[in-house]
Design a protein around this ligand. Sequence first.
Ligand code: F6R
Length: 621
Amino acid sequence: MCGIVGYVGQKTAKPYLLDGLKRLEYRGYDSAGLALFSEKDYVIKRNAGPVQGLADATLDSGQRETMGIAHTRWATHGAPNETNAHPHRAGDLVLVHNGIIENYSEIKDRLTKTGVRFSSQTDTEVFAQLIEFHRRKIQDQQPNLSAEDILISALETSMKEVDGHYAILLMARSVPGKIFGVQNGAPLVASPLKGGCLIASDIQAIIPYHNEVCFLPKGEILVAENGKFWTRAPGSSALHAPKLERMDWTADKVEKDGFDSFMLKEIFQQPLVVADTLSGRLPAKEHEPFIWDHQKAHEVLWKNVKKLYLIACGTSYHAALISKYFFEKWAKIDCEVDIASEFRYRSPVLAPGTVVGVISQSGETADTLAALRLANAAGASTFSICNVPSSTIARESGFQYPTKAGPEIGVASTKAFTAQLTVLCTLALDVGRLRGHLDLASFRALARLPHDLDRVLGQSETFIKIGEKLKDRRMVLFVGRGTMYPMALEGALKMKELTYLPSEGFAAGELKHGPIAYIDKDITVVTLAPKDDWYSKTLSNLEEIRARGGHIIAIGSETDEQIKRQCLSGGDEFIGLPESAWGTQPILSVVPLQLLAYGCAKALGRNIDKPRNLAKSVTVE
Ligand code: F6R
């Protein structure tokens, strides 16, 4: 969940490193550090707090070194302070790390007995000390080897002893002018620049400079120097030219464009994101809807599917939960949804005919990746819905149904969720069509979505103002039925992660089985109340809440005079959305939920793009 960057070349390294860290800060932001190779040694600067603190601290240091590595941290082992911030030094080496070393305490004990002293509580320092330990040993045993061969041999030996998933970059005083990298399950991307080479844990730090990148294969060692880099397979001294891939993301997509936060910009991008995701996938002719060009996927995944598992975490899990309703109704497929961190540790029955779909914005979430690997190993047919086409999950899944949301920088997921729902909605409809259940009306409803989303965003000021008023509430509950039940979970997640206020989501039918005990005049209940098959039941829920003095924000249809009148006359709030088809209602309803949370978080002075304790890409388990 940390971000790492390295630069080696003819230019000054520090601006590349600091700019890269700022772009990767969404991955972790509790401390940051950099190491520059200067003359014959390193200059290391580490700072508790965000990257800006590091930038300020190194502003006028006059450092003009042309090689360095840097890190922005999301603490796993050890408090987020300067001592535990990366880079970590061990004798000849300095190292930055993204990921987790699972057996670090065992290795630490072993090294401590040999006299190694540790200065931090991190697993990263253990990795650095282990490599240094082997480097010295190999140097003593084989003094005729070159310093580079000794280092690489030490790295390979250490990798065999370390359990976990990680990506590291390191520099060694004994091998000046080169940066070394390895990855074991956490991405590492390198790109050749004019007279330089940039390496990072994620393409966000690279695309402003170049759009051709190499994804370092797992287990291989990257050797980068002035303008060139190679990879070498473990145990082999042969150097391979990197396989470069062209990325279609551009730097201008990662700017705020005048919005006060990336999150707000991303909320406003949703009509465009949906239009992009639908582009070319809507029915061309009246009787011939054709969304996904998936002839092969049809044969492998859908023709004989008996059971569909959808697996994800967080907001992506909510998208999966909503689409269970879609797959059951339109495709008539038995669909089970699970949280990745539960699925992977159960003994799920993946009988022949089981299809497993994993959903992930980043494509790097550790638990979701582990669930996918479990499904692949069990012989299930798999597919992914990812926003980063080059991500590990996308690459390791049997089929890909990509979302086209573009880079999502705000830590709280917004447009990626909308894009996931759009893909899931179109996919369920299309699989239904392939299996002989054609719902043409719902296909057509999709075409209106970008337009309707625009209309919903036209009320953004109102949603934000209502959100601001929530800042003094003791708790905010979210309730809904059918597809609006997972939407309630999503509304509560957005509220808690952005505002830190207690908030919970429930199936409205469950209110009276417990959560109703929460309700009094200090509690707000956001009630998702579209005009659907459960409308009359939702009306009863509203009465139950009102009778207990709870404050209501009802999100319903703009033509619903009944709920509107009741809310406005009783001092409650009403949010009216355009009438839409059942399948597209969740996509419209998420906008007010996002903006309520945004408005409340702004009023409380929270950091919108970087809520405390969170990170964008959860690459630890
Ligand atoms: C919430 C949020 C997280 C992510 C979750 C999964 O706003 O962003 O709950 O949805 O960490 O991440 P991905 O989709 O990248 O697997």
